[in-house]
Design a protein around this ligand. Structure first.
Ligand code: PEP
Ligand code: CO
Length: 451
């Protein structure tokens, strides 16, 4: 490609305003962490990011569907492989339900192996007259409300890199080493899911798939030679928020001379940091990775067009994924004008729906939650809007976990406000549990099979 503007380099963002950065107490500590990261190997390769752009290009052209899912915020305190494996299981299950219904490939991207940074609406948190830096995710500081825990600690940047490497290593082993083999489609149904109505519905699809595999084998097709049946392409992504970290992992591709942010395959710009002249847009416009951008209700269609043109001047399909997060009550009102404006400007994008962040509220008991019905309603509107405009509803962007948590209300098991305290473990936003995630996937599978 080598189309990077001559006025860009990995540090050019530093002359712009960078929102949502912690006030690092020691510049020496920060510079030491940056130097340590620069000396580390990349987490992903340019060729992988390039392949993802191509696959997302198929989504942009209406020939594939995108499933991007994972935690709101990953934790440094995850011990062992189980939590990662279970998250992968539910994403694979959702992808099976979606592929089976739609007949198109599902591109799978985790919010994982680097999703450690959180933008905050308030810079400081005040309790009983004491004010401390807000919790910004484990890449910056820690949750407890003490001066020590909340002090931004640059050594965490390096810890985030190592934790990402460990997670990514496990994901590569799971997805390429037999765990994601389609003949194991039943084994992804975890026990507590299998007992639910959704789990049973999934088992029917899994039976069908097994039957189809047996049929193909009986016809003489050597399934052992079909790598697509035994391995899965699974990509990783996170919000590119803490720019010194992203810059330190940005490398020049020796094949093409292009720059890639090698901290993840895909990076997205959050809803609070997408200013046209801001540091985040400046940094990301120069890297060759596929990029996401959140589109909330306060963005105008003209601004969306200007941002897409800035981030993708060559109009490469698959380069930009717009992640609509309007909320169930505003999507009908707000989203169509964005889609139309991009269409009229001739810009190619992937449109995906984040039905989580516009539907968050706090209960009277002061617990942050979301209603499954609101999430579903926003997704349904998203599909209806694209149907009526003749555009492709390209994907879903979801906060979920493979655990049996009680963070979102409703869904198949009808979780109520009284249940929220049972197993609420999210460090940030409430996530769908494995059963609710599968429930959502089956609803979306129906919309996909209807179009
Ligand atoms: C998120 O995806 O966790 C997030 C903070 O979203 P947004 O930028 O859309 O608010
Ligand atoms: Co979130």
């Amino acid at each position: 490609m080598n189309n990077v503007a001559s006025d860009w380099n990995p540090t050019s963002w530093r002359s712009r305003v960078a929102l949502q950065q912690p006030a690092w107490p020691s510049i020496d500590e920060l510079e030491a962490a940056e130097a340590a990261l620069v000396a580390q190997p990349p987490l992903v390769f340019a060729g992988e990011a390039r392949r993802l752009t191509t696959q997302l290009g198929d989504v942009a052209n209406g020939q594939a569907f995108l499933l991007q899912a994972g935690d709101c915020a990953e934790s440094f305190h995850v011990a062992g492989a189980d939590a990662i494996r279970d998250k992968l299981k539910v994403i694979l299950q959702m992808a099976v339900a979606l592929t089976y219904a739609s007949g198109v490939p599902v591109v799978k991207i985790g919010r994982i192996a680097g999703q450690f940074a959180k933008p905050r609406s308030k810079e400081v948190e005040t309790i009983d007259g004491v004010s401390l830096e807000a919790f910004r995710g484990h890449i910056v500081n820690d949750e407890p409300f003490t001066p020590e825990a909340r002090r931004p600690d640059a050594t965490r940047l390096v810890q985030a890199y190592h934790q990402s490497a460990t997670t990514l290593n496990l994901l590569r082993a799971f997805t390429k080493g037999g765990f994601a083999d389609l003949s194991r489609v039943h084994a992804w149904n975890q026990e507590f899911v299998a007992d639910s109505a959704m789990g049973q519905r999934y088992a029917v699809v899994a039976d069908d798939i097994e039957r189809a595999l047996r049929f193909m084998a009986a016809c003489g097709i050597d399934l052992s030679r079909e790598s697509h049946l035994h391995e899965v392409d699974f990509y990783v992504s996170h919000e590119a928020l803490i720019l010194p970290y992203e810059q330190a992992l940005t490398r020049q591709d020796s094949l093409t001379g292009d720059w890639f942010d090698c901290s993840a395959h895909m990076l997205w710009i959050g809803n609070r940091t997408r200013q046209l002249d801001g540091a985040h847009v400046e940094f990301l416009r120069g890297v060759g990775n596929p990029l996401g951008m959140k589109v909330g209700t306060d963005l105008t269609p003209q601004e969306t067009v200007a941002l897409v043109e800035r981030l993708n001047p060559e109009n490469v399909p698959g380069r930009i994924t717009l992640i609509s997060r309007m909320g169930r009550d505003l999507i009908e009102d707000k989203l169509p004008a964005h889609i139309t404006a991009l269409k009229e400007a001739g810009l190619s994008v992937v449109w995906t729906c984040d039905p989580m962040h516009g539907n968050t509220f706090t209960t009277e008991g002061d617990i942050k939650t979301r209603r499954f019905d609101d999430i579903l309603a926003e997704v349904r509107s998203f599909f209806n809007i694209h149907q009526s405009l003749g555009t492709w509803a390209g994907g879903l962007h979801i906060e979920l976990t493979g655990d049996d948590v009680t963070e979102c209300l409703g869904g198949g098991m009808g979780l109520s406000e009284a249940d929220l305290g049972l197993n609420y473990t999210s460090m940030c936003d409430p996530r769908l549990n494995a059963t609710q995630s599968l429930d959502l996937a089956f609803h979306v599978a129906e919309y996909l099979s209807q179009r």
